[in-house]
Design a protein around this ligand. Structure first.
Ligand code: IVH
Length: 707
């Protein structure tokens, strides 16, 4: 980055500007023409911002062909060119609310009415801009943005997008459709379709798409429209560019209503607000809820509603003054890949991990990212020393998307998946047809550490202060061989080991002591039995009440186990395997001898001939099972409950808390700041939507209120 004006030598500045232009042109070409960008939008924006700042300080360097003066790229020779009736401009960007305020202030200096104006707030859909022309109500042409003046004719491709009507609807009472309509909007790929497409690509051994935007652009800009037709694309209309032979609206919000009436899809989240404070709230809301949508957005577009006021403000050479894009933090960034390490999990699975130069992405700093498995590293061909694109969206585990080939140092060697376990040296094994590689040595120290860490984790015995670092030390010091040793840790030894202060040793021993009475279902989770999750563990605990009874059933009748609601044959077989192992039985015996409860509080033995345990005997507190087997979904924040508390309240009453709506959902409860996607889905599949203050009542009775 550049320093202050004073320190800039003219020759160096000109060189830097030239270098920036070349890089921006290269990456612009990859993005616009090849639909295969190497760097992220955020990194591209940084380059452009740097060049803009440079040109502002040194106007003599500004050339008309500078990328800061252009919109997009010229049309590709693959498609016929189309001259847009009205140029397709780009948008200025605001990276925080202060920049948004500055935009309003700028407009207000031209016309003070802006301070009291209405704004239309829209989602900035991360797809591909499209201009579609309707003549006498029939779609006659669809074109990409191209360089803003001339785009590419992609009419046959857009004709395959189901959401785009070939003919405009004629709303009741309306006359003939307009003589001419040029509508602008975004073609995009929904997240589900994107995941499915990448799954298919992987299966076919083909390169996957980095993100939904690229896959939308790559799918649309196909010479062969049947390929486009085989991809699920969608469309949102957001702007009327030209209109003839119809009443001309005076507000943008009215023009969106017109588009809706003519059958064009207009995003339901679009909201008209009054004044800048309400614009801020809209932006804050979507900053927090972008992942509730089933498509990607990269910001919010704010537009003045009053079309006359827009006219007065006009445009610069490349963007209107009356609109702005409020950019959300990027979920992809590039950074240096320092190393690839293989981590061994508690089941022995070997996962390649990218050790990164820490980078702020998707709302947090990321230093480690997953590379999934051997095949994925091979397909992506990432090598230590590469600059790589890292992606972190929402709560998902950060992952490496791929290398930035233009930045690869020459001679960088390919990375080879190790043949031996990095922890114990035993050979790593990969079964034919499987994508995962395993260390099969049960005594492998890495596996032992991970098994103990899992036992102590939140969802299992919840032993505070027993994280990976500590467990590793204890294993290395020989204090722990397996989790059966946990409850016999010796205070004097621990203190003598000198690395642990007395207070922290006492805290740990206290936490261990407290965990002795944890209910059986948590112990079952903690044992790390393959395929057995928390729901299955609860079902077993509810049915059998003690570990002894579960083990007896596993030894005598796998069918009985499989018949338990929520277990089934796969988990039952896995349970039988687990308890048949002498090593596992020895660990359990140690746990029993050290006084672990191994029972479920409130257990009620099954009534003869009845179906499982009688009601009332489940959960940590033995609450009535009012929601037995029913699924409850919450969107937004319920008053008086955190998300975890709401989930626990449902689980403790025998219910399920799946996090997404399906036809089987009992009800969706709506709290503050709800997500649009869940509400839409509920409406679609006909699930009742209830106000959050009904939650407590339904918990108590399990019945939905009347009406
Ligand atoms: S308005 C003159 N509205 O963002 C108005 N653009 O640089 C120009 N985009 O690639 C665009 N969602 O395709 C507008 N609701 C929205 C949008 C939107 C996405 C894209 C557009 C263009 C970029 C703007």
């Amino acid at each position: 980055m550049n320093g202050e004006d004073s320190g800039e030598a003219p020759g160096e500045v000109a060189e830097r500007a030239e270098a920036l232009r070349a890089r921006i042109a290269y990456h612009g070409h990859r993005y616009h023409e090849l639909d295969d960008p190497e760097i992220t939008d955020a990194d591209y924006d940084l380059l452009v911002r740097e060049l803009e700042a440079l040109e502002e300080r040194h106007p003599e360097l500004l050339t008309p062909d500078s990328p800061t003066q252009q919109v997009g790229a010229g049309p590709s020779p693959l498609f016929a060119s189309v001259a847009h009736l009205v140029p397709m401009m780009s948008l200025d960007k605001a990276f925080d609310l202060a920049e948004l305020q500055a935009w309003v202030d700028r407009m207000a200096r031209v016309d003070a009415r802006v301070l009291e104006a209405d704004f239309v707030c829209e989602l900035k859909i991360d797809g591909l801009a499209m201009s579609i022309t309707y003549e006498e109500g029939r779609m006659t042409r669809a074109a990409t943005r191209g360089d803003g003046r001339t785009g590419e004719d992609v009419t046959p491709n857009v004709a395959t997008v189901a959401a785009v009507p070939h003919e405009l609807a004629r709303p009741e009472g309306a006359g003939a459709p307009p003589a001419l309509l040029e509508v602008r909007g975004e073609v995009y790929m929904p997240l589900g379709a994107f995941a499915e497409l990448n799954r298919r690509q992987l299966e076919a051994g083909q390169k996957t798409f980095a993100n939904p935007r690229n896959s939308a652009a790559g799918s649309l800009r196909q010479k062969d429209a049947t390929i486009t037709a085989s991809r699920e694309l969608a469309f949102w209309a957001y702007q009327v560019a030209a209109l003839e032979g119809s009443t001309i609206p005076t507000r943008h919000s009215q023009s969106l209503e017109l588009l809706r009436a003519w059958g064009l899809p207009v995003n339901p989240a679009i909201t008209t607000v009054h004044g800048v404070e309400e614009v801020f709230s809209f932006c804050r809301h979507w900053e927090a809820h972008r992942h509730d949508l089933d498509y990607e957005i990269d910001g919010v577009v704010v537009k003045l509603d009053d079309l006359a006021l827009r006219e007065e403000l006009g445009s610069t050479s490349h963007a209107p003054r009356w609109a702005i894009a409020f950019k959300l933090p990027s979920e992809e960034r590039s950074t240096l890949l320092r190393a690839i390490e293989v981590s061994i999990g508690r089941t022995g699975r070997a996962t390649p991990l990218a050790v990164l130069e820490p980078v702020f992405v998707g709302g947090s700093t990321v230093g480690l990212a997953t590379l999934h498995n051997q095949d994925q590293v091979g397909l992506k061909d990432v090598r230590p020393g590469d600059t790589v694109v890292v992606r972190k969206a929402g709560d998902v585990i950060p992952e490496v998307v791929g290398p930035v080939l233009a930045e690869r140092p020459s001679g960088l060697p390919e990375w080879v998946f190790p043949s031996d376990c990095p922890s114990c040296g035993a050979p790593l094994l990969r079964l034919p047809g499987e994508s995962d590689t395993f260390c099969t040595n049960l005594d492998c120290p890495a596996q032992r550490v991970q098994r103990i860490v899992h036992f102590a984790s939140r969802g299992a015995l919840d032993i505070e202060g027993l994280g990976e670092k500590r467990v590793l030390q204890f294993v290395e010091l020989g204090f722990l061989a397996d989790l059966g040793d946990l409850y016999s840790l010796d205070r004097t030894l621990l203190v003598e080991a000198e690395r642990f202060g007395e207070l922290s040793v006492d805290n740990l021993l206290g936490a261990l002591e407290a965990s002795r009475t944890q209910p059986l279902h948590r112990v079952l989770v903690g044992l790390g039995i393959r395929h057995l999750g928390p729901a299955g563990a609860r079902a077993l605990a509810k049915r059998f009440g003690s570990l002894e009874a579960v083990m007896e059933a596993a030894a005598s009748s796998v069918e009985d186990l499989a018949a338990v609601d929520g277990i089934g044959p796969v988990i039952a077989a896995s349970l039988a395997d687990f308890f048949a192992s002498g090593t596992n039985r020895a660990v359990i015996e140690k746990l029993r001898r050290t006084g672990l409860a191994l029972t479920e509080p409130g257990f009620v033995p099954p009534v003869e001939g009845g179906e499982g345990a009688a009601g009332g005997g489940d959960g940590d507190g033995g609450l009535p099972q009012t929601l037995d087997g029913k699924s409850v979904v919450v969107t937004g924040t319920l008053e008086g409950y955190t998300r975890e508390e709401a989930e626990l309240a449902v689980l403790a009453r025998g219910g399920k808390f799946p996090g997404s709506v399906s036809a089987k959902t009992l009800a969706v409860f709506v709290g503050a700041d709800p997500g649009a996607a869940k509400l839409r889905k509920a409406e679609e599949v006909g699930v009742p939507v209830l106000d959050g203050d009904r939650f407590a009542g339904v918990l108590e009775t399990g019945e939905l209120p009347e009406g």
